[in-house]
Design a protein around this ligand. Structure first.
Ligand code: GDP
Ligand code: IMO
Ligand code: MG
Length: 423
């Protein structure tokens, strides 16, 4: 942790790497946790004291004492879903009204954005992205088209602005011949707007820079993963925001020279939910076994996650575009029983071997694997790296060598306590 800098924690694969768990573990080191992009498409799971929580729009620092949690300008917020999420936390004994600050510049996901999301997916047919259906794409589209509604808009002439935006969406939906009924949803959405007013609605770029100059320590929490980044991910099968480290600058109003440590999170294997290419995907029993042991079902939609071996070509690329300084490896316990594990070290693209991530991974990409001996040891109760078996140490050293980045934290189970700090 460097004074005057923010640290950024983000996913290096296709999401669901375990960001929520690690943010919760690291929060005691920080004064502030801030989300900088994405919205309720995220599902960040935390487990401690026998309880399990799934956060969607609220930063994962909310459970660790009196920390300030900021929802930054880069986030898109659905007031009705936010209300459900925040109320559930309040009811479970986690007050958050004073500690959760929301940027005026965050964009609002309207009910018609969700309808548009469904309509566009239906129109794409077999080329659909497999979105989470939360209206993410249409909301960011409106932001970039300069017609979006922002949280700050609820402070003045809101009904008028809402009606104008809705009318625009209705015209598009008519042109698509898309049938829908949002009567009930809209009522709850408006209730959500009233609920939102009870939270500090702030100029978060001023706040975060002031906190930094006061010497406060800040952790920025990414959502989704680098391979879902709108610029660098497996386009067009991506989300609609910049999930990479630079997103923390635009999504919070931070200068690039403010970035300190960049924690890159990866699973010991790889998963993807939704459509799109996935070079190391396993369609066999091993893939099914990883899914079962890792409980690989979406935290938001309950969809089956596609599973495969760790992809070091994609990870090297992710490390590069994010400037990752430390790696965090999650869910190695899922592989505890495996007699051997594989890692994709290169791709063969049309007969040519490459270690660089190619422009197009949709066809003609064949993963080249290195096979390593499994450790075949239940490590879920371990408390220090001294207990790691030799084969697991070798696996870590192999990854560090291939990725040229140190692995500083290893997660050996979903609970907060099942975390080994390596330095
Ligand atoms: P996120 O979106 O990156 O926060 O990740 P998700 O919460 O969507 O998915 C990660 C899943 O793995 C959650 O169900 C976590 O409880 C679980 N998890 C996190 N770390 C570990 C780990 O080290 N081992 C196991 N077995 N599960 C883990
Ligand atoms: P967390 O933060 C995994 C995927 C969707 C779809 C694509 C676009 O929990 O890691 P969208 O609704 O964003 O327009 O969908 O991105 N996707 C995720 N996959 N984890 C996520 O979030 C995701 N958020 C979106 O499945 O393929
Ligand atoms: Mg998730």
């Amino acid at each position: 942790m460097n004074k005057g800098k923010v640290d950024v924690l983000l996913g290096l694969q296709w999401g669901d790497e375990g960001k929520g768990k690690v943010v919760d573990v690291l929060t005691p080191r920080y004064d502030v946790v801030a989300r900088f992009q994405g919205g309720p498409n995220a599902g960040h799971t935390l487990e401690f004291e026998g309880q399990k929580y799934v956060l969607r729009s609220i930063p994962s620092g909310i459970f660790q004492g009196d920390k300030i949690n900021i929802v930054g300008n880069g986030v898109v917020l659905a007031p009705d879903l936010f209300m459900d999420e925040a109320r559930a936390l309040e009811q479970s004994g986690h007050p958050l009204r004073q500690r959760l600050h929301i940027s005026k510049k965050a964009h609002l996901i309207m009910p018609t954005h969700r309808v548009l999301d469904a309509a566009y997916e239906a129109q794409k047919g077999k080329n659909r992205v497999g979105t989470t259906g939360k209206g993410i794409g249409p909301t960011y589209t409106d932001k970039v088209s300069r017609v979006g509604l922002r949280v700050g808009d609820i402070l003045e002439d809101f009904q008028q602005k809402y009606a104008a935006a809705k009318a625009r969406h209705e015209a598009i939906l008519r042109s698509l011949n898309y049938e829908y009924d949002i009567t009930d949803v809209e009522r709850r959405w408006m209730e959500g707007i009233e609920y939102l007013r009870q939270f500090p609605i702030v100029d978060s770029e001023h706040e975060i820079n002031r906190l930094l100059s006061e010497g406060k320590t800040i952790l920025c929490e990414g959502a989704q993963g680098t391979m879902l980044d709108v610029d660098f991910g497996s386009y067009p099968y991506v989300t609609s925001s910049n999930t990479i480290c630079a997103g923390a600058c635009t999504g919070l109003g931070l200068g690039p020279n403010r970035i300190g440590e960049v924690y890159g999170i990866m699973k010991a294997y790889c998963t993807r939910v939704g459509a799109g290419p996935f070079p190391t995907e396993l369609f066999d029993e091993t893939g099914a076994r990883i899914r079962d042991l890792g409980h690989e079902y979406g935290a938001v939609t309950g969809r089956e996650r596609r599973c495969g071996w760790i992809d070091l070509v994609a990870l090297r690329y992710s490390i590069m575009v994010n400037g990752v300084t430390q790696l965090i490896m999650m869910k190695s316990d899922v592989l505890d029983d495996f007699p051997e594990v594989k890692a994709c070290t290169a791709y063969r693209v049309n007969g040519q071997l490459t270690r660089d991530f190619p422009y197009n991974i949709e066809k003609g990409v064949e993963p080249v694997y290195e096979t390593l001996p499994g450790w075949q040891t239940d490590m879920t109760r371990y408390t220090s790296q001294e207990q790691f078996p030799a084969a697991f140490r070798d696996y870590i050293s192999f990854l560090e060598r291939e990725l040229e980045t140190p692995i500083t934290i290893v997660s050996i189970g979903p609970d907060r306590e099942q975390t080994i700090l390596r330095r």
